[in-house]
Design a protein. Sequence first.
Length: 171
Amino acid sequence: MENYIKQLIEDIRMAGLKLDPNRDAHKTNDEIELEDLSYVEKYIYGEKIPISSITGIGADMLPPENRLTQEQQAFLAKELEKLLELKHFALDFPPGLPAHMRYPFIRKFWNEKHVEMSFGTSHIEFCQYEPENCPYPDYCQCKDFQKSYYADDNFDDKDIDSDESRDELHL
């Protein structure tokens, strides 16, 4: 397996070298502004394709986590995240989440479809901010997020469901 991992890392790094430049130095501000708008439009309406097609690394190339050591999972997770950053994707994990615990999420993400981007950053979250369904139980920040989010508003979920609040919100 060690030789396979070394070859896979080499393939991942080679995929990172196959990048198209985002901008040409000779473009005018008007051309750059039009290009920026086209990137936004592409992000909203563009065709979604598998991450494996965007990166050039097939999902079938990523071994299941039960066949890897924690060290191998951590190393692969770091390399795959670097490649995703080059392809304008940022995976949002809680601070302190060990790299080896990221690998199963990244491997699953590899089968998802997204719009290929050549500008900006698409942030990918794996948590829905529901403490009872948190994918990182020992690193959960959902409760802290909910407390800080609702503390500023001076209301709780019960207020949203009342008839009075619906009238106030014109729902």
